[in-house]
Design a protein around this ligand. Structure first.
Ligand SMILES: [Zn+2]
Length: 112
């Protein structure tokens, strides 16, 4: 039995990792599949830079996907300037909540 979190192996009979309180699994997945989900959109390069630096500072892995993508969720920061090229930030599902909390602090650019 293995702990999915700390990857420790345990003897049969144990069901929970005493370290992490995680339910043990029979087998660790070979390659952990990380699902990336949309975090938010950035309407301009300066915002993009800010979001990047925030995500970098907390070691959240992210992808930036550029332009031409339809807005599915309306943009979490209520960016409202469609004239400028947008980019989308994608983070792993696990990190999304954390990342959202962090970027909430950013004030969206006022429409100039
Ligand atoms: Zn563990």
């Amino acid at each position: 039995m293995f702990c999915p979190k700390c990857k420790s192996e345990f003897v049969k009979g144990m069901t929970i990792c005493p370290e992490c309180n995680e339910t043990l699994v029979q087998k660790l997945p070979e390659n952990k599949f990380v699902e990336f989900v949309k975090l938010c959109e950035s309407p301009n390069p300066s915002m993009t830079a800010i979001i990047k630096s925030i995500l970098d500072s907390v070691d959240i892995q992210y992808f930036v996907r550029g332009e031409n993508m339809q807005t599915l969720f309306g943009g979490c920061l209520e960016f409202t300037n469609p004239r400028l090229s947008r980019v989308e930030f994608l983070v792993s599902k696990e990190d999304k909540e954390t990342a959202l909390e962090l970027i909430k602090e950013i004030e969206p650019d006022e429409d100039q």
